[in-house]
Design a protein around this ligand. Structure first.
Ligand code: C5P
Length: 247
């Protein structure tokens, strides 16, 4: 029986900390990292580059199916995103691209087109996946599902700081509004909406430092990994004729 590759899912709205926490966790664990939002952002970006109207869902879905996205986590939480072998730099990070990504992401055919690519990221020794529907749709059998939240003002301030650090000219009040709109669209769409999975652990990060969130997530993950490995060992020894009963 092929062994199941463990997955840690981190879902939540923008600015909840999932990207930064996800990258640090991936680095500490030595696991693969999937920034699923970067796939939708890459699609938005590549459609714009190719002059394709995002309302042309046939062309957009075709483009989505051909995207090759690789995410290399960074120590400071700023992952390098390679699309079809090319480093996208900061091009994907604008709120304008986030908005277009969110509109594309509400279309079920686009979501179907990127599902297989997301699942292919599940490679040994494990995967940390961040997004909106990692726990509900993409990896329903994940080892641990975390839903990160934070107060809207805190999330807007975090995004503001991130974008400023990247050199973007942003306005906090405007950012607050566009993030609220984007989160409302993501939560209300019918295809894989932004909701916690039934078996997710919700963590409010409003008053927590990044390292505190990382520690809590890894503390929750460790016993589940032990449990999952123990389950595999007993299945393997049972199928090879061994006695797997607890003694
Ligand atoms: O996480 P990020 O802000 O990069 O995501 C951009 C947009 O991509 C989100 O607002 C959401 O609409 C979409 N998205 C999604 N499902 C995911 C990840 C992102 O619908 N798993």
């Amino acid at each position: 029986m092929p062994s199941k590759v463990p997955v840690l899912c981190l879902d939540g709205p923008s600015g909840s900390g999932k990207g930064t926490v996800g990258q640090i966790c991936a680095q500490r664990l030595g696991w693969q990292y999937l920034d699923s939002g970067a796939i939708y952002r890459s699609l938005a970006f590549s459609l714009r580059q190719a002059g394709i109207d995002a309302a042309d869902i046939n062309s957009a879905a075709q483009q989505a199916a051909q995207l090759q996205v690789a995410c290399l986590p960074g120590p400071d939480g700023s992952a390098k995103i390679m699309v079809n072998g090319v480093d996208t730099g900061q091009d994907l990070r604008t709120e304008e691209i986030g908005e277009l990504a969110s509109k594309l992401a509400s279309e079920p055919r686009i979501r179907d087109a990127v599902l297989a690519a997301q699942r292919r990221a599940r490679r040994p020794p494990g995967l940390v996946a961040d997004g909106r529907d990692m726990g509900t749709t993409v990896f329903p059998d994940a080892t641990l599902k975390i839903f990160l939240t934070a107060a809207p003002q805190v999330r807007a301030e975090r995004r503001y700081k991130q974008l400023k650090l990247k050199g973007f000219d942003v306005n906090l009040a405007h950012l607050f509004e566009v993030i609220q709109d984007r989160d409302a669209r993501d939560a209300q769409r019918s295809a894989s909406p932004l909701v916690p999975a039934d078996d997710a652990v919700t963590l409010d990060t409003s008053d927590l430092e990044i390292n505190e969130v990382v520690s809590r997530v890894l503390d929750l993950l460790q016993p589940r990994l032990v449990h999952e490995r123990a389950g595999r060992t007993s299945i393997t020894s049972a199928s090879s004729g061994g006695d797997s009963r607890d003694r």
